[in-house]
Design a protein. Sequence first.
Length: 303
Amino acid sequence: MNKKGLLLVFITAIISGFSIFINKYGVGGVNPYLFAFLKNVMVALAFSGFVLLAKEWRQLAKLTKKQWLMLLVIGFVGGGAAFLLFFKGLSITSAAQGSFIHKTMFIYTMILASIFLREKIRKEMLIGALMILAGNLIALKALHLSFNRGDFYVFLATLLWAVESVISKYALAGLSPKIVAWGRMFFGAILILIFLAGSGQLTIISQLNFEQVFWIQIASFILFGYVITWYSGLRHIPVSTAAAILLLGSPITTLLAFASTGKINFGEIVSSGLITGGLIMILGYRFILEKIKLLGEKINVRA
């Protein structure tokens, strides 16, 4: 498997872990739709600058109708509709319930990738997936068995992000990561803008204070790092593997919380261990077996 791609997606997972931790201190009282819109706009502008400076605008001029359509779908689905559904769902359901549903994304990604991209689902991937799910269940401590409207919105958002990831993987075969990232943020921002204007929430921008603007800028910087490393890594490795690696963000957030407060409970340790172990199963199972086999052969030779 491509080492560069793995490294970049690992960096994405680390950024994700930091993002969750930092967002605890984020913009209090800001409309979540407006927050998503402003982040998308700032990141879209940054990518527009990158595209112009790197002269990749020439690639934009040569895009086919099919490629433009893929960028539009990636933006509307992953950068727009999924965010709106996710935030709406979180306003109705509990944070723990929504978080767990969101963390099942790699399952849908794995299934969709096997159908549309012909990616193989290995036995160790399934075992690792179950370990990761168990780790997240322990971390969230308690979930309601009922499935309310908010849970359904979060599930739809998670499914849309899985769909977007698979389409992005397909698009990256012919487009650069910067172009795909630009499409996701630019068209996503347009969809959220239409939603805000239609629902009369756009005027809230004038009510933002300096501190809130500062945190939006911090969040945008983190989002930029997340998006560029994600698409750059996704270009080189299977999307199902990349989606599983992202779950490494959970134990990273736990470690950051421990460093900040000095407190960590047994359940969080077990949860982080299961998630890390699951990722090892998915990524390093065959590598570890090969090393053990080589070690055994060396011992036999010496004997």
